[in-house]
Design a protein. Structure first.
Length: 220
């Protein structure tokens, strides 16, 4: 008993995106994240709708005489609203909008339209994660709808990894198994692996592997 609409950002254009001047001479890696990223879910729960139409005419109409009959249209709907946004720092889902049972009733009779809205409770939660995701997603969609051959780079995540050295680096969140390979003079969008671990990075120049327990990581 739930109707959902899911929205995605499409990043297939990233290889042809122009990085800002601050990253001149740095390439962009796109292998660390999917090219389709879910960022918004709108939902309707416990949806109930009713449509009624009936005619109203004068009583005692005489045979052979034309009488005007008015129609009345009534539309009633009830549901619970939900809106969830993905934050681009931990890839967690934040419930932005949640409500109790919202009722909407529209009634049309003759030249009159009556609208009734009932919303006993409506919770709205906004924060930096939500604002960042919605703003950057809107910028990305605007770039794609402009129809240009090349696009300005839109950073969806809140963090970027940039390797300005001539060596390959392996980077990950301290206390997790996260390990991202960052080529020489390259950059990549980055999100933390876990909210439970500390938000600290560790770096190594040695290729980590399951059989190599002697990898020397940097101190976070």
């Amino acid at each position: 008993e739930q109707l959902q609409a899911r929205f995605f950002n499409h990043l297939h254009h990233l290889p042809t995106s122009d990085l800002p001047d601050t990253l001149k001479g740095i390439s962009l890696q796109t292998s660390h994240h999917p090219l389709q990223q879910h960022f918004l879910t709108a939902s309707l729960e416990s949806l109930f709708s009713e449509v009624s139409v009936w005619n109203q005419g004068p009583f005692g109409a005489q045979p052979g005489r034309t009488t005007k009959i008015d129609s009345t249209l009534k539309l009633a709907s009830k549901c619970r609203l939900g809106l969830a946004v993905t934050d681009m720092c931990y890839l967690g889902s934040h419930q932005v909008v949640s409500s109790g049972e919202v009722g909407l009733q529209v009634q049309k009779e003759a030249n009159y339209v009556d609208v009734f809205l009932q919303a006993p409770s409506l919770d709205l939660n906004l924060g930096p994660f939500v604002i960042h995701t919605l703003r950057q997603s809107a910028n990305l969609w605007s770039e794609l709808l402009a129809g240009k051959e090349r696009h300005d780079f839109i950073q969806l995540t809140q963090m970027m990894l940039v390797n300005e050295t001539g060596s390959i680096l392996h980077v990950g969140q301290l206390g997790t198994d996260q390990c991202l390979k960052l080529s020489a003079r390259s950059s990549a969008m980055f999100t933390w692996r876990s909210q439970l671990a500390r938000s600290l990075l560790r770096i190594t120049t040695s290729p980590p592997s399951l059989s190599n327990n002697k990898v020397k990581w940097s101190e976070a």
